[in-house]
Design a protein around this ligand. Structure first.
Ligand SMILES: C[S@@+](CC[C@H](N)C(=O)[O-])C[C@H]1O[C@@H](n2cnc3c(N)ncnc32)[C@H](O)[C@@H]1O
Length: 410
């Protein structure tokens, strides 16, 4: 409103063209001789007059703004900003409980930039709630995230309001999103060299039964079936299982697809039947030693004596002992990490012998045809552990390994 009224007022008071001659800069410029009259001496209070305001009392008033350091003035202006500055933010934090201090530091910086720093007491309370929410989200699923919204309150309040919750997401939700949003093939065009070589080493394909657990879209199941192996699949995520079923149907391949969690006892997969059980890029989603143990127990039930279990998993490189944050982070980044000790313990008392332990990247790169490398845009970095540690490959303390075990013949 004020800015609209101004031009009208300006028109009324605008000097007419001819009047400009009267107010020439020359006329208001002090003449040379007039400067002699307004000498600093004349306005300076005389020392002899005690009733006059002492010069010391005036000088600080006049000169104090000049003496204030520019930085202090700048800070003083910035302190006034919250009267006008507004802001809001929405964040989805990966559920890594061990990173709570890192997150709080980030929020504190943001709030300081808005001129509304939190007091130590308010920061502690925020940390406490964030810590609990991160833990709750992580325990539920490493793919859930903590959702934080904050917004400046209306001036003159110089405060910020925030709220926090969990955005829930399961592994099946994440893969369903892949199916909806990503162009196929989701896991690469070609089967793994290790899978095909191991299956071929077992005998004539028609006599070898293979179970592909966590088969996805059938990247390995379909080529195995095409080569004549009796290939079956277990797949947790319904849209992936559907893609696999359809591909099998279109290509007239007899593949039994079991939909569900491989550890669910209600899934009736044939026992003591398979010569090879595969879990390719699946253990990297597992969460604890119980699930690792369940891999060996399940394989023991499904495999014939002498049958092979092959899975890929992230293991620490020699000398690296992962801490709690690294373990949480590895789960959040789809690269679940187990130690060799945990691996050993998972198989204790079960009839398995280690057959091989190889670096997946090295094996696949050297066995796949050049034109098939890399399998996907993300594979090399992920298999090198770089989704968890942003380090050069030779410095990464974890890597994906191919592990093969043989069930002892009875
Ligand atoms: C990275 S994908 C790999 C797919 C396929 N093995 C490949 O290498 O192309 C992991 C797959 O494992 C499945 N999966 C994870 N945990 C599972 C479980 N407990 N039971 C069955 N499938 C599971 C997921 O749904 C997903 O399809």
């Amino acid at each position: 409103m004020r800015s609209k009224a101004k031009p009208t007022a300006a028109k009324r008071i605008s000097p007419k063209k001819n009047s400009s001659r009267k107010i020439t800069p020359k006329k208001i410029t002090p003449k040379k001789n007039s400067s002699r009259k307004i000498t600093p001496k004349k306005i300076t209070p005389e020392k002899t007059n005690p009733k006059q305001v002492a010069p010391e009392k005036i000088i600080p008033k006049k000169t104090s703004p000049k003496k204030t350091p520019r930085k202090t003035m700048q800070q003083a202006m910035i302190r006034c900003l919250p009267l006008r500055l507004k802001g809001k933010a929405e964040l989805f934090l990966p559920a890594v409980p061990g990173l709570v201090d890192h997150y709080v530091e980030g929020f504190s910086e943001g709030w300081r930039a808005l001129g509304r720093p939190f007091s130590p007491k308010d920061t502690d309370y925020f940390r406490h709630v964030l810590s609990q929410t991160l833990r709750q989200a992580f325990e539920e699923s490493p793919y859930s995230s903590v959702h934080v919204i904050y917004e400046t309150d209306e001036p003159a309040k110089a405060t910020i309001s925030w709220k926090m919750g969990i955005r829930h997401s399961s592994l099946a939700d994440e893969y369903a999103m892949w199916v909806a949003e990503r162009p196929p093939p989701l896991f690469g065009h070609h089967p793994d060299a290790k899978v095909m070589n191991l299956a071929r080493s077992l005998g004539p394909p028609g006599e070898i039964a293979v179970l592909d657990v966590g088969a996805g879209t059938g990247r390995n199941t379909i080529p195995l079936a095409k080569e004549g192996f009796q290939a079956d699949a277990v797949e947790l995520t319904a849209p992936l299982a559907n893609i696999l079923r359809q591909a099998a149907e279109t290509q007239h391949l007899s593949i039994q697809v079991y939909e569900g969690d491989v550890f669910d006892p209600s899934i009736s997969v044939a026992q003591n039947h398979y010569h090879l059980v595969l879990l390719v890029e699946v253990v990297s989603h597992f969460r604890n030693n119980r699930q690792l143990r369940a891999v060996f127990e399940t394989a023991n039930r499904l495999l014939v004596p002498g049958g092979l279990l092959l899975f890929s998993t992230f293991l620490p490189t020699p000398g690296y002992d992962p801490d709690e944050v690294a373990r949480e982070m590895s789960q959040v980044m789809w690269s679940s990490l187990f130690t060799r000790r945990e691996l050993h313990d998972a198989a204790v008392g079960l009839p398995f012998d280690t057959v091989s332990d190889e670096c997946v990247l090295d094996y696949e790169r050297s066995h796949l045809p050049t034109e098939q490398w890399p399998p996907t845009g993300w594979f090399e970095g992920w298999a090198a552990g770089q989704d968890v540690f942003d380090l050069p490959r030779d410095e990464c303390p974890i890597e994906l390994r191919w592990l093969t075990f043989r069930k002892r013949p009875t």
